[in-house]
Design a protein around this ligand. Structure first.
Ligand code: SF4
Ligand code: SF4
Length: 303
Protein backbone atom coordinates (compact mmCIF):
# COMPACT_ATOMS: atom_id res chain seq x y z
CA UNK A 1 0.00 0.00 0.00
CA UNK A 2 1.36 3.45 -0.81
CA UNK A 3 1.91 6.10 1.82
CA UNK A 4 -1.48 6.67 3.25
CA UNK A 5 -3.20 8.61 5.96
CA UNK A 6 -2.45 5.74 8.30
CA UNK A 7 0.23 3.39 7.21
CA UNK A 8 -0.23 0.83 9.98
CA UNK A 9 -3.03 -0.72 7.90
CA UNK A 10 -4.73 -3.72 9.48
CA UNK A 11 -1.70 -4.87 11.46
CA UNK A 12 -2.81 -6.26 14.77
CA UNK A 13 -6.40 -6.86 13.76
CA UNK A 14 -7.61 -10.42 13.91
CA UNK A 15 -10.59 -12.06 12.23
CA UNK A 16 -12.28 -11.84 15.61
CA UNK A 17 -11.73 -8.07 15.60
CA UNK A 18 -13.29 -7.81 12.17
CA UNK A 19 -16.26 -9.92 13.27
CA UNK A 20 -16.69 -7.55 16.18
CA UNK A 21 -16.62 -4.61 13.79
CA UNK A 22 -19.08 -6.41 11.57
CA UNK A 23 -21.46 -6.78 14.50
CA UNK A 24 -21.49 -3.01 15.02
CA UNK A 25 -21.98 -2.27 11.35
CA UNK A 26 -24.72 -4.92 11.08
CA UNK A 27 -26.52 -3.22 13.94
CA UNK A 28 -26.09 0.09 12.10
CA UNK A 29 -27.93 -1.28 9.07
CA UNK A 30 -30.34 -3.58 10.88
CA UNK A 31 -28.78 -6.70 9.31
CA UNK A 32 -29.15 -10.21 10.70
CA UNK A 33 -26.26 -12.18 12.17
CA UNK A 34 -26.05 -14.26 8.98
CA UNK A 35 -24.49 -11.22 7.31
CA UNK A 36 -21.60 -11.07 9.75
CA UNK A 37 -19.03 -13.29 7.96
CA UNK A 38 -19.35 -11.49 4.61
CA UNK A 39 -19.46 -8.13 6.34
CA UNK A 40 -16.30 -8.99 8.26
CA UNK A 41 -14.60 -9.90 4.98
CA UNK A 42 -15.68 -6.57 3.51
CA UNK A 43 -14.29 -4.65 6.45
CA UNK A 44 -11.03 -6.56 6.17
CA UNK A 45 -10.88 -5.65 2.48
CA UNK A 46 -11.40 -2.02 3.37
CA UNK A 47 -8.66 -2.09 5.96
CA UNK A 48 -6.05 -3.90 3.90
CA UNK A 49 -6.23 -1.66 0.87
CA UNK A 50 -8.01 -4.01 -1.49
CA UNK A 51 -10.74 -1.39 -1.75
CA UNK A 52 -9.00 1.97 -1.83
CA UNK A 53 -10.62 5.20 -0.78
CA UNK A 54 -9.49 8.58 -2.07
CA UNK A 55 -10.69 11.50 0.06
CA UNK A 56 -10.44 14.95 -1.54
CA UNK A 57 -11.33 18.29 0.01
CA UNK A 58 -12.65 21.32 -1.85
CA UNK A 59 -14.11 24.51 -0.37
CA UNK A 60 -14.69 23.37 3.18
CA UNK A 61 -13.63 23.71 6.80
CA UNK A 62 -12.54 20.05 7.27
CA UNK A 63 -15.14 19.68 10.02
CA UNK A 64 -16.52 16.53 8.40
CA UNK A 65 -13.10 14.88 8.71
CA UNK A 66 -12.94 15.92 12.34
CA UNK A 67 -16.39 14.41 12.88
CA UNK A 68 -15.11 11.16 11.39
CA UNK A 69 -12.33 11.15 13.98
CA UNK A 70 -14.73 11.90 16.81
CA UNK A 71 -16.43 8.53 16.65
CA UNK A 72 -17.08 6.90 19.96
CA UNK A 73 -16.82 4.31 21.43
CA UNK A 74 -13.79 2.57 19.96
CA UNK A 75 -15.59 0.18 17.61
CA UNK A 76 -16.13 0.28 14.76
CA UNK A 77 -15.62 3.83 13.68
CA UNK A 78 -12.33 4.92 15.14
CA UNK A 79 -10.82 1.53 14.35
CA UNK A 80 -11.97 1.87 10.77
CA UNK A 81 -10.58 5.37 10.69
CA UNK A 82 -7.21 4.02 11.80
CA UNK A 83 -7.30 1.15 9.36
CA UNK A 84 -9.38 2.38 6.44
CA UNK A 85 -7.38 2.19 3.23
CA UNK A 86 -7.20 5.90 2.72
CA UNK A 87 -4.95 6.37 -0.27
CA UNK A 88 -4.90 10.05 0.49
CA UNK A 89 -6.68 12.46 2.80
CA UNK A 90 -5.81 16.14 2.72
CA UNK A 91 -6.29 16.62 6.46
CA UNK A 92 -5.10 13.29 7.82
CA UNK A 93 -2.27 12.35 5.49
CA UNK A 94 1.23 13.19 6.60
CA UNK A 95 2.53 13.24 3.05
CA UNK A 96 2.80 16.74 1.59
CA UNK A 97 3.86 18.73 -1.45
CA UNK A 98 4.98 17.07 -4.68
CA UNK A 99 4.91 13.49 -3.24
CA UNK A 100 1.27 14.03 -2.22
CA UNK A 101 0.34 15.22 -5.70
CA UNK A 102 2.19 12.26 -7.19
CA UNK A 103 0.38 9.84 -4.88
CA UNK A 104 -3.02 11.23 -5.83
CA UNK A 105 -2.15 11.18 -9.54
CA UNK A 106 -0.99 7.56 -9.24
CA UNK A 107 -4.21 6.63 -7.45
CA UNK A 108 -6.30 8.30 -10.15
CA UNK A 109 -4.28 6.57 -12.86
CA UNK A 110 -4.95 3.17 -11.26
CA UNK A 111 -8.66 3.97 -10.84
CA UNK A 112 -11.16 1.66 -9.18
CA UNK A 113 -11.42 3.53 -5.88
CA UNK A 114 -14.27 5.03 -3.93
CA UNK A 115 -13.97 8.80 -4.18
CA UNK A 116 -15.06 10.71 -1.10
CA UNK A 117 -15.45 14.45 -1.58
CA UNK A 118 -15.64 16.92 1.27
CA UNK A 119 -16.38 20.49 0.23
CA UNK A 120 -17.91 22.45 -2.60
CA UNK A 121 -16.52 23.43 -6.00
CA UNK A 122 -15.86 27.13 -6.64
CA UNK A 123 -16.94 27.78 -10.24
CA UNK A 124 -16.89 31.56 -10.74
CA UNK A 125 -13.48 31.82 -9.07
CA UNK A 126 -12.10 28.35 -9.92
CA UNK A 127 -8.68 29.14 -8.51
CA UNK A 128 -10.21 29.82 -5.08
CA UNK A 129 -9.47 26.18 -4.29
CA UNK A 130 -6.55 24.32 -5.82
CA UNK A 131 -4.66 21.08 -5.35
CA UNK A 132 -1.18 20.66 -6.76
CA UNK A 133 -1.62 23.76 -8.93
CA UNK A 134 -4.84 22.39 -10.45
CA UNK A 135 -8.19 24.05 -9.86
CA UNK A 136 -10.29 21.84 -7.62
CA UNK A 137 -13.08 21.57 -10.22
CA UNK A 138 -10.69 20.04 -12.79
CA UNK A 139 -9.10 17.89 -10.10
CA UNK A 140 -12.50 16.57 -9.01
CA UNK A 141 -13.50 15.76 -12.59
CA UNK A 142 -10.34 13.73 -13.16
CA UNK A 143 -10.79 11.88 -9.89
CA UNK A 144 -14.52 11.24 -10.39
CA UNK A 145 -14.04 9.82 -13.88
CA UNK A 146 -11.73 7.08 -12.59
CA UNK A 147 -13.77 6.27 -9.45
CA UNK A 148 -16.23 3.43 -8.97
CA UNK A 149 -18.46 5.56 -6.76
CA UNK A 150 -18.54 9.17 -5.61
CA UNK A 151 -19.67 9.90 -2.07
CA UNK A 152 -20.20 13.54 -1.11
CA UNK A 153 -19.80 13.86 2.66
CA UNK A 154 -20.99 16.95 4.46
CA UNK A 155 -23.45 19.56 3.32
CA UNK A 156 -20.76 21.59 1.49
CA UNK A 157 -20.06 18.64 -0.81
CA UNK A 158 -23.63 17.36 -0.90
CA UNK A 159 -25.56 20.58 -1.46
CA UNK A 160 -23.12 23.50 -1.50
CA UNK A 161 -23.69 24.27 2.17
CA UNK A 162 -21.96 27.26 3.77
CA UNK A 163 -19.66 28.03 0.79
CA UNK A 164 -22.77 28.37 -1.43
CA UNK A 165 -24.58 30.67 1.01
CA UNK A 166 -25.76 33.98 -0.48
CA UNK A 167 -24.20 35.87 -2.10
CA UNK A 168 -21.88 32.98 -2.92
CA UNK A 169 -18.93 35.01 -4.23
CA UNK A 170 -16.98 31.96 -5.45
CA UNK A 171 -19.95 30.42 -7.25
CA UNK A 172 -19.74 27.33 -5.05
CA UNK A 173 -21.56 24.28 -6.40
CA UNK A 174 -21.94 20.92 -4.71
CA UNK A 175 -19.50 18.20 -5.71
CA UNK A 176 -22.16 15.96 -7.27
CA UNK A 177 -24.03 18.50 -9.42
CA UNK A 178 -20.70 19.76 -10.75
CA UNK A 179 -19.37 16.49 -12.25
CA UNK A 180 -22.88 15.54 -13.38
CA UNK A 181 -23.10 18.85 -15.28
CA UNK A 182 -19.84 17.92 -17.02
CA UNK A 183 -21.16 14.56 -18.16
CA UNK A 184 -19.64 12.33 -15.47
CA UNK A 185 -22.00 9.42 -14.82
CA UNK A 186 -21.21 7.42 -11.69
CA UNK A 187 -23.15 6.04 -8.76
CA UNK A 188 -23.40 9.18 -6.61
CA UNK A 189 -24.34 9.28 -2.93
CA UNK A 190 -24.94 12.29 -0.70
CA UNK A 191 -24.18 12.08 3.04
CA UNK A 192 -25.09 15.59 4.19
CA UNK A 193 -24.75 17.18 7.61
CA UNK A 194 -22.64 19.99 8.97
CA UNK A 195 -20.90 17.88 9.97
CA UNK A 196 -22.30 14.42 9.16
CA UNK A 197 -22.52 11.84 11.91
CA UNK A 198 -19.53 9.41 11.73
CA UNK A 199 -21.95 6.46 11.47
CA UNK A 200 -23.46 7.97 8.32
CA UNK A 201 -20.06 8.24 6.62
CA UNK A 202 -18.58 4.89 7.64
CA UNK A 203 -21.92 3.09 7.32
CA UNK A 204 -22.33 4.34 3.76
CA UNK A 205 -18.76 3.40 2.78
CA UNK A 206 -19.08 -0.09 4.19
CA UNK A 207 -22.44 -0.62 2.47
CA UNK A 208 -20.94 0.50 -0.84
CA UNK A 209 -18.08 -1.97 -0.54
CA UNK A 210 -20.13 -4.91 0.65
CA UNK A 211 -23.55 -4.50 -0.97
CA UNK A 212 -23.28 -1.65 -3.43
CA UNK A 213 -25.23 1.59 -3.29
CA UNK A 214 -27.68 1.59 -0.38
CA UNK A 215 -31.34 2.54 -0.95
CA UNK A 216 -31.42 6.30 -1.50
CA UNK A 217 -34.04 9.02 -1.41
CA UNK A 218 -34.71 11.39 -4.30
CA UNK A 219 -31.77 13.56 -3.18
CA UNK A 220 -29.38 10.56 -3.19
CA UNK A 221 -29.23 10.32 0.61
CA UNK A 222 -29.18 6.84 2.24
CA UNK A 223 -32.73 6.17 3.43
CA UNK A 224 -31.37 4.31 6.42
CA UNK A 225 -30.14 7.57 7.92
CA UNK A 226 -32.32 10.21 6.28
CA UNK A 227 -35.87 8.87 6.04
CA UNK A 228 -37.38 10.44 9.18
CA UNK A 229 -37.69 14.07 10.16
CA UNK A 230 -35.84 15.41 13.16
CA UNK A 231 -39.21 16.68 14.33
CA UNK A 232 -40.64 13.14 14.41
CA UNK A 233 -38.00 12.17 17.00
CA UNK A 234 -38.29 15.30 19.14
CA UNK A 235 -39.33 14.52 22.70
CA UNK A 236 -40.79 18.01 23.08
CA UNK A 237 -43.59 17.33 20.61
CA UNK A 238 -45.86 15.95 23.30
CA UNK A 239 -45.89 19.31 25.03
CA UNK A 240 -46.74 21.24 21.89
CA UNK A 241 -50.27 21.57 20.62
CA UNK A 242 -51.54 22.02 18.08
CA UNK A 243 -49.14 20.36 15.67
CA UNK A 244 -46.48 22.71 14.42
CA UNK A 245 -46.59 24.03 10.89
CA UNK A 246 -43.83 22.80 8.57
CA UNK A 247 -41.55 24.65 9.03
CA UNK A 248 -42.98 27.00 11.56
CA UNK A 249 -42.31 29.43 14.31
CA UNK A 250 -42.33 28.45 17.93
CA UNK A 251 -41.35 30.78 20.69
CA UNK A 252 -39.84 33.14 18.11
CA UNK A 253 -37.58 30.42 16.70
CA UNK A 254 -38.10 29.22 13.18
CA UNK A 255 -38.02 25.45 13.47
CA UNK A 256 -36.24 23.35 10.87
CA UNK A 257 -36.86 19.93 12.40
CA UNK A 258 -40.20 19.37 10.64
CA UNK A 259 -38.58 19.72 7.22
CA UNK A 260 -35.17 18.18 8.04
CA UNK A 261 -34.50 14.49 7.45
CA UNK A 262 -31.87 12.81 9.66
CA UNK A 263 -31.74 10.27 12.49
CA UNK A 264 -29.28 12.26 14.61
CA UNK A 265 -31.71 12.53 17.53
CA UNK A 266 -32.24 8.77 17.89
CA UNK A 267 -28.64 7.90 16.94
CA UNK A 268 -27.03 10.43 19.27
CA UNK A 269 -23.69 12.15 18.96
CA UNK A 270 -20.53 11.62 21.02
CA UNK A 271 -21.22 8.00 21.80
CA UNK A 272 -25.01 8.39 21.83
CA UNK A 273 -24.60 10.89 24.65
CA UNK A 274 -26.50 13.78 23.17
CA UNK A 275 -27.97 15.55 20.17
CA UNK A 276 -28.88 19.11 19.24
CA UNK A 277 -32.37 18.73 20.69
CA UNK A 278 -31.17 17.00 23.85
CA UNK A 279 -28.83 19.96 24.31
CA UNK A 280 -31.90 22.24 24.10
CA UNK A 281 -30.70 23.69 20.82
CA UNK A 282 -33.06 23.90 17.84
CA UNK A 283 -32.44 21.89 14.71
CA UNK A 284 -30.91 24.24 12.16
CA UNK A 285 -31.52 21.86 9.29
CA UNK A 286 -27.89 20.98 8.64
CA UNK A 287 -28.73 17.97 6.45
CA UNK A 288 -31.14 19.86 4.20
CA UNK A 289 -30.41 21.04 0.67
CA UNK A 290 -31.24 24.62 1.69
CA UNK A 291 -28.81 24.63 4.63
CA UNK A 292 -26.92 27.93 4.55
CA UNK A 293 -29.16 29.30 1.83
CA UNK A 294 -32.60 29.87 3.35
CA UNK A 295 -33.69 33.00 5.20
CA UNK A 296 -33.52 30.98 8.44
CA UNK A 297 -29.74 30.90 8.16
CA UNK A 298 -29.40 34.63 7.58
CA UNK A 299 -30.37 36.49 10.68
CA UNK A 300 -30.77 40.27 10.30
CA UNK A 301 -27.63 42.07 11.40
CA UNK A 302 -28.30 44.65 14.12
CA UNK A 303 -27.39 48.15 12.90
S1 SF4 B 1 -20.32 20.42 5.86
FE1 SF4 B 1 -19.95 21.77 7.64
S2 SF4 B 1 -18.41 20.67 8.86
FE2 SF4 B 1 -18.36 19.76 6.79
S3 SF4 B 1 -16.78 20.93 5.68
FE3 SF4 B 1 -18.75 21.94 5.27
S4 SF4 B 1 -18.89 23.62 6.82
FE4 SF4 B 1 -17.31 22.15 7.52
S1 SF4 C 1 -30.71 18.13 14.86
FE1 SF4 C 1 -30.73 19.25 12.91
S2 SF4 C 1 -28.96 20.65 13.05
FE2 SF4 C 1 -28.69 19.07 14.64
S3 SF4 C 1 -27.40 17.47 13.65
FE3 SF4 C 1 -29.57 16.88 13.37
S4 SF4 C 1 -30.12 17.71 11.34
FE4 SF4 C 1 -28.24 18.77 11.99
Amino acid sequence: MPSTAHSDSSAGMSRRDFLSLAGRVAALWGLSSTALPSLAASLEALSTGRVPVLWLEGSNCSGCSISLLNSYPVLPLSVLTRHLSLQFHQTLSTIQGAPAVELVDDTIARGGYVLVTEGAVPTTIPSACRFGGENFGDHLLRAAQAATHVVAVGSCAAFGGIPAAPNNPTGAVDSITFPQSKGVAKPFVRVPGCPPHPDWMIGTLVHLIQYGVPPLDSQLRPLKFFSKTVHSMCRCRKWRTPALPVPGLHGGIRLQGPSTYADCVSRGWNGVATSCLQSHAPCIGCTSANFGKSSFHHWPVAQ
